[in-house]
Design a binder for this molecule. Structure first.
Ligand SMILES: [Zn+2]
Length: 262
């Protein structure tokens, strides 16, 4: 057993037991400390979002153009619903991916799926990515068409809502940048709930947000077949290997008997 520590170290806050607050303790120091925290989160977020590589800029620009075009031609939803594709998340992602592929990018719809754990409930999420080969190797850029919406809280504090208001509606950025942004906003969400003495929904936890975008995913490039134009710039690369490994991991009882090809 761990010895009880008398230290009031902030890092001990991550325990799941609810903490009780005495109104008298919310004194000047706390207000100042809170202010420092929020100012810091704002600065961190600003610094993370404004630093951008030329590759990210190019893909961001191409995504913006794709969205404008989809909107202007009033593409219809392909799921059989009487709505425009711009209001159907699946169709919007498929169309954006198709446009990015037409522009020469190796774009795909990614699907993450995770099991429940004591911390977070199970779930799945779809988003886009672009994989580009650069001099320094492969770079993966994530495209999330409804980024800000994923963090909005109806009962968020003013500080939290202001921070979330700084997030782009459409996020286009490298995995590391996304990871940093998620960390900053989830820390802010945790703080906001603590300040409001409210319980934080497990789907708002850092672990959950990480599972959404940063967990193992299946890449679906199938919009390629819908594309009218060939993609001379992107060479098709075998993607099956990763998926096969993933599948075999999930089906431990499956026997891999060789199949005769007729
Ligand atoms: Zn649709």
């Amino acid at each position: 057993m761990l010895a009880q520590s008398a230290s009031s170290d902030e890092s001990c806050d991550h325990h799941s037991n609810e903490m009780e607050f005495d109104e008298d303790e919310v004194d000047k120091d706390t207000i100042q400390e809170n202010r420092r925290f929020w100012d810091n989160q704002h600065q961190l977020l600003q610094a993370t979002l404004c630093r951008t590589s030329s590759l990210e800029s190019r893909i961001r620009h191409a995504t913006k153009e794709a969205l404008q075009e989809i909107e202007s031609v009033e593409t219809a939803c392909g799921c059989g619903r009487q709505i425009p594709a711009t209001t159907c998340r699946n169709c919007l992602m498929r169309e954006v991916s198709r446009h990015l592929q037409k522009a020469g990018y190796n774009s795909a719809i990614c699907k993450t799926k995770w099991r429940s754990s004591p911390d977070i409930p199970s779930g799945e999420h779809n988003f886009l990515d672009v994989i580009e080969r650069t001099k320094r190797g492969e770079v993966r850029v994530i495209v999330e068409v409804n980024f800000r919406g994923e963090f909005e809280m109806a009962r968020g504090s003013e500080d939290y809502n202001q921070l979330v208001g700084r997030l782009p509606e459409v996020f286009v950025g490298k995995v590391e940048r996304l990871s940093n942004v998620i960390k900053i906003v989830c820390m802010a969400g945790k703080r906001c709930m603590k300040e409001k003495k409210m319980h934080m929904g497990p789907w708002r936890k850092h672990r959950y947000m990480q599972a959404k975008w940063l967990g193992p995913c299946e890449r679906d490039t199938c919009t390629t077949s819908l594309s009218m134009m060939p993609m001379p710039m992107t060479k098709p690369r075998p993607r099956a290997s990763m998926l096969t490994v993933d599948l075999l991991d999930k089906l431990p009882n499956m026997h891999c008997t060789p199949v005769e090809v007729v």
